[in-house]
Design a protein around this ligand. Structure first.
Ligand code: S3P
Length: 442
């Protein structure tokens, strides 16, 4: 029996050369925060109400996983979810392997959470997820006492054994990864004593912030985050801001096109996520951010972006983890910029939903732009986008990035394998076409 389920990647986007992007845009809820809201809501005592939940395939996979573990979850309906939390020790054994689709975040974080249960779990995913490296979480979790089996290559399925005693540990992460950090923090909830994780560079800190929001003490000093196992999470209300990673496509689209102006509303602008804004500003983009305050510990604001004259830059290395999901979109900005843009220190892009360096380089070359992949980055010469037929390789962010390139293209861009856009951005087609992108599917 094969544990790998394939997704239907038969959707093709056809995007005609488009003039401008205009208007007020509210993109769906933040994916990272949506995943964590389900996980913590399920482990909390009492009812947690969530608004702004992302109804995308990835976050729905997390939601379904907890239903399979006996948690009652109402919704999602109009982005609202209500979870009847079962407490840290209240999850029940699932009756079958848990399918997590395309979602690396679900699999890596749940590996930590499930390591602390009294029952065994098997985690499986689609073709892309089944190729993604899991040793980065399994190795440190095994240091805590977890027992997890992977394939010989360190890829899914994951067989996680229950009834193990976890012990807190001090762990220096070698990769800047919020998924690894979060996985270890969730395991730390079940561990004896203190779990301290040191990051090589700051990464998104939604787990730490949300744990505190659920009343769980978290210590943070410089780049070290510690929790002590054995505590409780208390139910709460969560208002999830719109996802800056989804807004990124519109930021780039507006910056590269003529007479454009977009106003992106209620965006999560947590400083661990705003690398895209800093990088676009360094490239000369006209972007303004209006901070509106903090909602549930997360900073929220309005982002204004206008047509811009972009120029190439060497992307500062410290911004890489803070813009890790936005590079496909940033490569389109670089393709439209005057001069050369160089990215290095971003080898992680090779193990995302696709090898984003290769997939974007191949597509840009097809579109008439010189893009030279390097082991840990890319060198892009700005130029004129011609149009053509490119492949997203089932990668949602590559698909949406190539679509936005039509705002600076001479001819039609056809993007193949776009079904996975639904993993993170349901409604992308409608929002993008309402804003002015001449996009349809075949
Ligand atoms: C995420 C962390 C990042 C990011 C992913 C979401 C998270 O992955 O690319 O889309 O929610 O923790 P890494 O931890 O692999 O950098």
């Amino acid at each position: 029996m094969s544990f790998i389920q394939s997704s239907d990647n038969s959707i093709t986007f056809v995007v005609l050369p488009s003039q401008s992007l205009l208007g007020h845009i509210r993109v769906p809820g933040d994916k990272s925060i949506s995943h964590r809201s389900i996980m913590m809501g399920a482990l909390a005592e009492g009812k947690t109400s969530i608004t702004g939940f992302l109804e995308g395939e990835d976050t729905l996979a997390t939601l379904k996983a907890f239903r399979e573990l006996g948690v009652t979850i109402k919704g999602p309906e109009n982005s609202k979810v209500e979870i009847s939390g079962v407490g840290i020790h209240g999850l029940q054994a699932p009756s079958k392997p848990i399918y997590l689709g395309n979602s690396g975040t679900s699999m890596r974080i749940l590996a930590g959470l499930f390591s602390g249960q009294s029952f065994d779990t098997t985690l499986i995913g689609d073709i892309s997820l089944s190729k993604r490296p899991m040793k980065r979480v399994c190795d440190p979790l095994s240091k805590m006492g977890a027992v997890i089996e992977t394939t010989d290559k360190g890829t899914p399925p994951l067989y996680i054994y229950g009834n193990r005693t976890l012990n807190g540990m001090n762990y220096d992460m070698s990769i800047a990864s919020a998924q690894v950090k979060s996985s270890l923090l969730f395991a730390g909830l079940y561990a004896k004593g203190k779990t301290c994780i040191t990051e090589p560079a700051p990464t998104r800190d939604h787990t730490e912030k949300m744990l505190a929001g659920f009343g769980y003490p978290v210590e943070k000093k410089d780049n070290c985050i510690c929790i002590i196992g054995g505590g409780k999470l208390h139910s709460t209300e969560i208002d999830i801001p719109a996802d800056i990673s989804s807004a990124a496509f519109f930021m780039v689209g507006a910056a590269i096109s003529q007479e454009s102006e977009v106003i992106l509303e209620h965006i999560g602008i947590n400083p661990t996520r705003t690398g895209i804004i800093n990088i676009l500003k360094l490239m000369g983009a006209q972007i303004e951010v209006e901070e509106l305050g903090t909602v549930g510990g997360e900073l929220v604001g309005t982002i204004y972006v206008r047509s811009s004259q972009l120029h190439g830059i060497d992307i500062p290395k410290h911004l890489v983890p803070l813009a890790i999901d936005e590079f496909p979109a940033l490569f389109i900005a670089a393709a439209c910029a005057k001069g050369t843009t160089t990215l290095s220190g971003a080898e992680e892009l090779r193990v995302k939903e696709s090898d984003r360096i290769q997939v974007m380089a191949d597509g840009l070359n097809t579109l008439g732009i010189k893009a030279q992949p390097t082991p840990d980055g890319i060198i892009i010469e700005g130029g004129k986008i011609k149009g053509g037929s490119v492949h997203s390789h089932g990668d949602h962010r590559c698909a949406m990035s190539f679509s936005m390139a039509a705002l600076a293209s001479q001819d039609t861009i056809t993007v193949n394998d776009c079904a996975n856009v639904a993993t993170s951005f349901p409604g992308f087609l409608e929002l993008a076409s309402n804003a002015g992108l001449a996009i349809h599917t075949i």
